[in-house]
Design a protein around this ligand. Structure first.
Ligand SMILES: Nc1ncnc2c1ncn2[C@@H]1O[C@H](COP(=O)(O)OP(=O)(O)OP(=O)(O)O)[C@@H](O)[C@H]1O
Ligand SMILES: [Mg+2]
Length: 477
């Protein structure tokens, strides 16, 4: 993977985390097509046809749910193939749908699968993964109701873990108890303030029942040791106790593990599985990326023993509707919606086996992106690249202002480079912006307090020579 891709991935990660902080959006179930499109518009520029088609397909499933049972069974989802060059938003659309839906959703790469009987992932695993994600989604929802109780329980367990339960012989029971109680409250304060996050404790590997399997570790726990010392030598070092199957983790990590365990305990598993199964079967969406890579007969790139056509044949029954056994029960795939995507540079949808083509009646083409699109992509999305840079540099106390003409110029350059070298769509913007702001990024820490305006002159100065020189362009942009 090239440098530019890594940068790109990183950025979408930042954006992802920021978005998850936000309040839960409308559920996909309630959204009408125009709302779904409007939601997608926040992140994906253009590609209206694709957005519409997907919005309708999604809405149709909600409509289907309202039908009387006899008709309902007859209405199958209309699967979609998205066709378009690289970097124009195919995966991005899918990613956004996943975010805004409470429908179970997974994205898989067609190339990851091998024909049944060969080493590798078999295609049925995508259904298992889908159900798996539905189960965790439902569990999360159910657990959200118990959040407060879970948090309290986790805190108590951490406190149990941090405060040794070993009494030195010279201490009376009463002394010991009262010391424990005041130590507990002191440590609770520290714990809540996050002061102990990096303190190491030992926890049992296997989740224990109610009594917590954690003991104090000596040495690395200065904070606690200090608290203890102020209480005199009432506590002994708990290091000597029996140790079975324990491991050292930080308080921060232990909190995560405990939260997981306690959440698990607070949720009715049977109920979660039941809801998840219903949701998977009725609302599940499987996004199969890179479908073009398993189309086409001559498999020059794949090894001879992993037949692409074999994978297609394996996918077929799943798309058609079959029963897949999972550890949560049998899942009927008849009404799962499949969205496939591929660039179809080399192969065409007609190179897929005919049966499979028939299962994907809806075809939408995504358009190649123009300089105008690039301009909007730089500015408009809620996670726009310019916004990301602005926020990143703001952490150094540097205020970056992107002039409109500068963004126009960057867009032109992106379109130009795409046409003269390889067309990698919007991904080009990432490499160009990186080069453009390279120096600023490097020096930002020395520039605290300054405002930097990016003008079209700045852009020309930094990029024009590169653009003129084909060889340089190829390597740098
Ligand atoms: N229409 C668009 N609007 C906003 N951003 C876009 C658009 N198209 C692409 N991008 C950005 O470019 C990057 C690559 O897009 P994406 O992953 O969707 O490409 P793709 O169409 O799936 O390409 P490939 O065929 O290579 O998988 C993403 O980070 C995305 O944010
Ligand atoms: Mg993609």
């Amino acid at each position: 993977m090239s440098e530019e891709m890594i940068v790109n991935e990183d950025k979408s990660l930042i954006a992802t985390e920021a978005q998850e902080e936000k309040a839960k959006p409308l559920s996909l179930d309630e959204m009408v097509p125009s709302q779904i499109v409007a939601e997608l518009d926040k992140y994906v520029i253009g590609q209206d046809k694709a957005k519409r088609t997907i919005a309708v397909a999604l809405r149709n499933r909600t409509r289907r749910k309202k039908l009387p049972q006899s008709i309902k069974e007859e209405v199958y989802p209309k699967n979609i193939i998205m066709i378009g060059p690289t970097g124009v938003g195919k995966t991005e659309i899918a990613r956004r749908i996943a975010r805004l839906s409470n429908a179970p959703f997974i994205k898989v790469e067609a190339t990851k699968y091998t024909e049944v009987g060969y080493v590798g992932r078999d295609v049925e695993s995508m259904v298992r993964d889908l159900m798996g994600s539905a189960v965790s989604m439902v569990r999360r929802e159910l657990a959200a109701a118990n959040e407060q109780a879970v948090r309290e329980r986790v805190e108590e367990r951490l406190l149990d873990a941090l405060i040794p339960n070993v009494k030195s012989t010279a201490t009376t029971d009463a002394q010991f108890d009262s010391a424990r109680i005041s130590a507990r409250e002191q440590i609770r304060v520290q714990l809540r303030a996050g002061l102990l996050d990096n303190t190491e404790i030992e926890i049992a590997n296997v989740p224990m029942r109610s009594k917590v399997g954690i003991e104090l570790m000596s040495g690395s726990m200065e904070d606690i040791q200090n608290a203890m010392n102020s209480l005199g030598s009432i506590f002994q070092n708990a290091q000597g106790g029996p140790r079975k199957q324990r491991r050292k983790v930080t308080v921060k990590r232990a909190r995560e593990l405990f939260t997981e365990e306690e959440t698990e305990r607070s949720v009715d598993q049977e109920k979660a599985t039941e809801i998840a199964k219903e949701r998977t079967e009725q609302m599940g969406i499987i996004f199969i990326d890179e479908i073009d890579k398993i189309a086409g007969k001559n498999s020059s790139t794949s090894s001879p023993d992993v037949s692409r056509e074999g994978v297609q044949r394996d996918i077929l029954p799943i798309v058609e509707g079959t029963k897949v056994t999972t550890k949560w029960g049998v899942i009927d795939t008849s009404h799962i919606l499949f969205i496939a995507a591929g660039a179809f540079h080399v192969s065409k949808p007609s190179d897929l086996i005919p049966e499979l083509q028939g299962r994907f009646p809806l075809r939408v083409e995504l358009d190649a992106l123009t300089a105008d699109d690039f301009y909007r992509i730089l500015k408009e999305p809620e996670n726009a690249i310019t916004l990301q840079y602005r926020e990143l540099l703001r952490t150094e106390g540097v205020e970056v202002v992107f002039g409109d003409d500068a963004l126009r110029r960057v867009s032109e350059i992106a379109a130009e480079v795409n046409s003269t070298t390889e067309n990698i769509g919007a991904r080009r913007l990432y490499t160009i912006m990186e080069t453009l702001l390279d120096e600023l990024s490097f020096k930002a820490n020395e520039m605290s307090g300054q405002t930097v305006e990016i003008t079209s002159d700045y852009v020309n100065e930094r990029l024009s020579d590169l653009v003129k020189n084909q060889d340089l362009t190829r390597y740098i942009l």
